[in-house]
Design a protein around this ligand. Sequence first.
Ligand code: CP3
Length: 334
Amino acid sequence: MTPIEKVIRKNDTNVNPIWIMRQAGRYLPEFREIRSKNNDFIKLCLNENLSSEITLQPLKRFNLDAAIIFSDILILPYGLGQKVKFEKNFGPKLDKLNLNEMVKVDEIDFIERVHRVYKAINKVSSNIILKEKNTIGFVGAPWTLLVYMINQQSPKKELKKDFFKDNFLINRILQIIEKFLKIHIKHQIDNGANIIQIFDSWAGLLNEKDLPNYIYTPTLNLVNYVKSLNIPVVCFPREIKNYKEFCEIVNPDVINIDYNVDPKEIVKNIKIPIQGGLDPKILLTDINNVKKETTRYLEIFKDHPYIFNLGHGVLPETNPEMVKNLVQTVKEYK
Ligand code: CP3
């Protein structure tokens, strides 16, 4: 059993596993080197030789307990035929969604477009460097994907007023998303992913009254699906106001918290294993502060099953030396 599996399956509090969201990314010069020669981000995700190499880059530098496959949550709309581009200093840009075209996409079309992600997972999970470590597959949660597919870009602080205006469209898209997320999850697992994380980056945009419809029910369906395949599932409903209620209803194997969550409060309120929390901006300060803040989280969670991670992705301007210090601090903690 890997250290992460000990935490999840045995509630072991004597191991201190760590991995980092966006651990393969722009803060690493070796990633920037590859990226500079590959302008099309989706194409890069779909080049299994390069994407598997990128996935393994952080594991060559740091003593991490898992690889997370280098891909993106927006590979799903891409697989459904909605074009996705990434512009520098802007983020993702999606073409307008065409429902009449999208309903025609079947499993074979989808797999044909995205299968090289599964090839990359296969390469990564069979690499010796991952002995006693996990390969994390992931998807965007239905809600967050819906936001991107309708809004066509990252929302600012709130949704546009007319976001919900076409109820029929929204419900049809949610059905399609759920169907293809299950397919996408299954293929990742069949190719070696042994943990699935569900990213709900825009969970914080919804009012309480909309949570059952857009978050609880669709996420619960996916969580139960992953559990039925006997693979642990981690949920990250970023900036949701009530993590406790989310856990009671959706009941994932692990809950990832964001950096606005008070760790001292959450450890009292939530029984299931917890992951993450540390503010990625801490890694922009100095080594002493990184050690201090990391140790603070480790102390708070010392008697709770805990997987160390950040409260959101590592920032591109982070010095890799800081990540090294973070990992060392976690690994040396007794
Ligand atoms: O190392 C890893 O964590 C694995 C790879 C990974 C990426 N995106 C690669 C990526 C993962 C797990 C994601 C998830 C993802 N993608 C989320 C959920 C987590 C979160 O950040 O809230 C979301 C919302 C997306 C959509 C997305 N992709 C955005 C908003 C952006 C632009 C912002 C940015 O960071 O540039 C991306 C691009 C993206 N995805 C990059 C990487 C490494 C940067 C691409 C580049 O090099 O230009």
